[in-house]
Design a protein around this ligand. Sequence first.
Ligand code: PMP
Length: 423
Amino acid sequence: EPVCTEPLQVLGRDVRVPLVTGGEVTYAALDYAASAPALQRVWDDVAAYAPYYGSVHRGAGYLSQLSTDLFENARRTVEEFLDCREGDQVIFTRSTTDSLNLLAQALPADCQVFVFETEHHASLLPWRDARVTYLNAPRTPDEAVRTLETALAARDPYGPALVCVTGASNVTGELWPVRELAAAAHAHGARIVLDAAQLAPHHPVSVQELDVDWVAFSGHKLYAPFGSGVLAGRADWLQEAEPYLAGGGASKAVARRTDGGVDVEWHSTAARHEAGSPNVIGAYSIASACKALAEAGFDQLVAREQELIGRVRTGLAEVPQVRVLSLFGDDAPRVGVISFVVDGWNSSHFAAALSAEYGIGVRDGLFCAHPLVRTLLGSDPQEQGECGAPEAAPGEKSLNAIRVSFGAGTPDEHVERFVRAVG
Ligand code: PMP
């Protein structure tokens, strides 16, 4: 039974960090979009289970059976959390990146893939072995749907096709019109996978309501620790594909052939793509976080986050040198992820100063979404370069940006400190 009484209390609220000016201060974790702090409840659940864990799926002992039950129950919890259809599969992976690479490897032959250039690299890059169409950055959600429809209308209508889209941008926090994009995909006989890495921690995600074919997300952004992720959705492509990893657990039966080779019969369930000893603690942590979020409900979380978004955006708007990055404009619905540049400042130096002088942890760079950030900064999206680029002189275009992000457990004081520091 969970020990923690506050359902969405996070770890690390009392961590003290040194300041360059002398003294120390409570750390203001404002980089939730990279990794959110784990929930106390997840920590307690894992600690309560730790003495009892054993090998899964293969052990006859009591603790092995207990662990197997917990692992398989974690699948059921995630299935419920995502409101999956009957027959959908939940596969435990290492992360969103891993989930999307798994799906990319399970594409049927000749699959065409459609992806906006604005995607995070995890959803932009895994499809490069397939026939990929990269779609230009839209400037409104409607334009996104029109752009996709036009591209799908021009596709080979007989082959399989997949659209990959993010639910909430890790750069602007803006929500994408997932339901409409899914409808467009299905109207043209394509399937759609939702990158919910940034959406799932902030909003309920219903596979059935959004009518998406797959969802991918990461535990470490959803208040669970690192090392586990989920790919959930339609079983057919996954059951027909070669296993993501070849090995024990994925194979049902293996035998030597008379010609000296080896025959393998692979599992057709989620186990097919989960070869090797699974990350049971990771799966259990994700399930614990899903339960905590489901029990607390998203209403309060969303309302609180919108308050904080308003406070940060108002604060940033009062500083004339600051420009907030946005694809869809000020009125777009968004989650608590805000990127900006400060005229005359190197973004990396700015972020370092927030840390050293105020104990605030944010992120700087191109946020693994190079084409999108370059488009937003007005630089050439085709240009190549690395994060941490040198800064432009005052009045020139910035080459990278600063990102502030928050969620459950973010106190007012962290956001107030941030607004004061930028001002
Ligand atoms: N998609 C989006 C939108 C993300 O923000 C991230 C993480 N920044 C990822 C995918 C990749 O997640 P992970 O690093 O956990 O694989």
